[in-house]
Design a protein around this ligand. Structure first.
Ligand SMILES: CNc1ncnc2c1ncn2[C@@H]1O[C@H](COP(=O)(O)O)[C@@H](O)[C@H]1O
Ligand SMILES: [Zn+2]
Length: 365
């Protein structure tokens, strides 16, 4: 575990509100109960449960959203979540979140994203790079840190999520907002939300527009069985997909020949009972086939996990050694939604870490 913690990592599938700290969630819940604003008796058994079904997880998200959807809290959790990832040596993070409206506090989708950006900018304990650079700007890892420098360094990029409950118009609003916020670190669009509801084709115009405008697109794909949707999503050829659990033989063939990278969320899939046992998880097959993969947390708060634990889980379940874990982490760089300069900086950094591990062979075997 120590080794997985110290290894530099790349996180590409983390939902902001799903990554909330337990202590923050508890504090916010207690605050509302004290004020008598909330009766959680109905939800108590879901909060206390360990394995929650997909439907129960989405009930929990509705509760979390009640607690977090105001500007101050959004700013706070953004800061905390990024600090937490940096603490476990995540050096590149793509954080995704659904811009929300909350009329009762005057929140619009734009002011929601501004609150997220405020959280990003407020971090001082960690060196954060979140503004996409021009090619000649300074990179985060290339300069030598000053002597005695112990601060963590992390690249952060944002994806705006479209929720499957939204209308086509709301989705288009999110894409336009992402375009407007590009200079401040928004790089792409995600389609997520309860996979059992909505029809993804509602969002096709917005997703196509996003792609035409040069935004990256990733889709939650195959979290529940839905053969036609899975096929159509793969035909759309997003730059990455999340999960890829309920694919049928023809979809596996299509996925493998398309080489679309898959964001793998082991704990999330097991806890939501999306996959019945870790030993039959498709990570094993895709890894053997050398399909592009990235290990991710999905919702580290909701599923009580961390990227460190996901690596340990994969290592224990599929027999990966240190060298394999390091390579898996390093390969993630090739699938990030950032420019070539950031990729190069990360590649150089991973190379220097590999050298530092010393006689590489000893530390990585
Ligand atoms: C468990 N698997 C999952 N499948 C699909 N969507 C998920 C998800 N986990 C999280 N989300 C999406 O992310 C939102 C929470 O973060 P934000 O409010 O956007 O920051 C959830 O409401 C859901 O829309
Ligand atoms: Zn997800």
């Amino acid at each position: 575990m120590e080794w997985c913690l110290s290894m530099p990592k790349v996180e590409l599938h983390a939902h902001l509100n799903g990554s909330i700290r337990d202590s923050t969630l508890l504090e916010l819940t207690e605050g509302l109960i004290r004020k008598g604003v909330m009766d959680i008796s109905e939800l108590e058994h879901i909060i206390r449960k360990y394995n929650r079904s997909v439907a129960e997880v989405f009930k929990l998200f509705d509760l979390i959203h009640i607690l977090t959807t105001d500007h101050t809290t959004v700013t706070r959790i953004t800061k905390e979540v990024i600090e937490d990832f940096a603490t476990e040596n995540v050096v590149y993070l793509e954080l995704r979140t659904t811009p929300k409206r909350n009329d009762s506090v005057g929140m619009t989708k734009r002011s929601y994203v501004e609150a997220v950006l405020k959280g990003l900018r407020s971090i001082t304990s960690v060196e954060v790079d979140f503004i996409p650079h021009c090619e000649d700007s300074k990179s985060l890892f290339s300069s030598l840190p000053p002597i005695g420098h112990v601060r963590k360094r992390i690249y952060v990029r944002l994806l705006l999520s479209i929720d499957r409950r939204e209308t086509a118009e709301a989705a288009m609003e999110t894409v336009k907002l992402a375009l407007e916020m590009r200079p401040f670190g928004v790089v792409g669009i995600d389609l997520s939300g309860n996979p059992s509801i909505g029809d993804w084709t509602t969002y096709l115009p917005a997703l196509k527009f996003a792609r035409e405008q040069g935004l990256y697109v990733t889709l939650h794909c195959g979290e529940v069985p839905n053969s036609e949707e899975i096929k159509n999503m793969l035909d759309f050829r997003p730059q990455r997909i999340g999960h890829a659990c309920h694919l049928e033989d023809e979809h596996w063939r299509q996925l493998k020949s398309s080489k679309i990278p898959v964001e793998i969320c082991l704990t999330s899939n097991i806890r939501t009972l999306t996959i019945r046992s870790i030993h039959v998880h498709h990570f094993g097959d895709l890894y053997k086939a050398k399909h592009p993969l990235v290990l991710c947390t999905d919702d580290s708060g909701v599923f009580s996990t961390s990227l460190t634990e996901e690596y340990k889980y994969a290592a224990d379940s599929f027999g990966l050694g240190r060298r394999e874990m390091f390579e898996l982490s390093r390969n993630g760089i090739e699938h990030i939604f950032a420019n070539s300069q950031v990729k190069e900086d990360l590649r150089n950094f991973f190379n220097s870490v590999a050298k530092k591990y010393g006689s590489v062979t000893k530390a990585l075997s």
